[in-house]
Ligand binder design. Sequence first.
Ligand code: VG1
Ligand code: CO
Length: 473
Amino acid sequence: MRRISFGTSGWRGIFCEDFTFENVKIVTQAIADHLRARGVEDRGLIVGCDSRFMGERFARETARVLAGSGIKSYVCDRDTPTPVIAFEVLRRRTAGAINFTASHNPYDYNGLKFSPESGGPALPETTRDIEERANAMLGEICYKEMPLDKAFRAGLVEEIDPRAAYFEAIRRLVDFDAIGRSGMTIGVNPLYGTARGYLDKLLQEAGVEVRTINDHRDPYFGGLPPEPSQSHIGDFISMVKSDAAIGLGLATDGDADRYGILDGDGAYIEPNYILALLADYIVRVKGKSGDVARSVATSHFLDAVADYHGLTLHETPVGFKFIGELISADKILIGGEESAGLSVRSHVPDKDGILACLLVAEMVAVEGKSLRDLLSDLYGRVGEFHTRRENIRLSPELEESFAGKLVEPPVELAGKKIEKVVTIDGSKWLFRDGSWVLFRKSGTEPVVRVYAEARSAEELERMIGAADAFIRG
Ligand code: VG1
Ligand code: CO
């Protein structure tokens, strides 16, 4: 049997192959044992799922196994966004959460994200302990479980609706009056996922007109991965383009921890830009101050914004758990990743796509400008940044050659001398003109990621070309 392994965010597997009831119960038992070893089992766990096939069934099986170990489950009454689960962990002070989601992966996957009492994604030392316990149990029936009705009667399972408390928290972070006053019409695309009844509802309550697409549950996600990237939301782009009334398009991924933003004319605005724009807006307009953080793969546009405002920047490995740690320690004002994840001070230490979308709506409402105009204003103040990420399918050959290629970086790439090598995640090579490339293996899907950034679009093309040739060659 294949080993259980937690990646960048949780354990993910293909249905029937790795992601089976049997393995889910084993991983749950491993989590139960982990909680007992830490002496926090009395606090119980939030248990939730996204909109994937059989999410509720997995949640119930997990509750049965937790009950078998005397651990209480607070089971969400419907598919629930990851940031809402994070919020509920903090609000109820539970020992954490088990969340069934494979986030942006295609429909044939499911996954399990475990968060400890911080509410943020578990750090590697925690997932290592859970993996070890789970792998030691593989191949034998070693979990204890309780029939669900008995668990209910024993008070070990309770159904919860986490929406109202989360709404209240979001209302403290976002200026809904400004959004309401703008009179904007906003397009919303929850990508058949968990943001249904969250993002649209909050905007409607603010008094703006909302036009939705893909707002029913579809475990096939319309055939594409539920990732709100430019290549996966063509239907939404067409909708916003063709509807002159829409002033902004907001999308979220399957578990609503990522965002995807369209300008009023349907132009997709890269998450790297959104992060920089929001950081600038929060400081310049909302008058906040503090450090900022980004993953090693994220655009240095954020560094330029930090410099401009005299803020300190932290660089982390990829995975929001590392940025979440900084939020939990109250060290940063805003932190984010190029993959469209961000959160802010005093909010959950996990990425929140709903909050990100709402902050963008607030920014557009307050500034009274299109995102592209805001972007060109910011370019004018801190300079231009052009960034791209490419995914290369992990063939057996690439799997074999990849690590070796990075052991000893070359002296130069694309005719430019490599000035510095950063290895906190994969291998990042920095050049004197501010450009950089990064190579790393994904921890959520079978691909190698190549990231590049330059100060002009032409230079970016050159860098991506050279990086691609290097890794494939
Ligand atoms: C990807 C992204 C990373 C993100 C992670 C989980 O990881 O690059 O930024 O935190 O997915 O996102 P990787 O290792 O595949 O590059 V989610 O929305 O899938 O929980
Ligand atoms: Co996600």
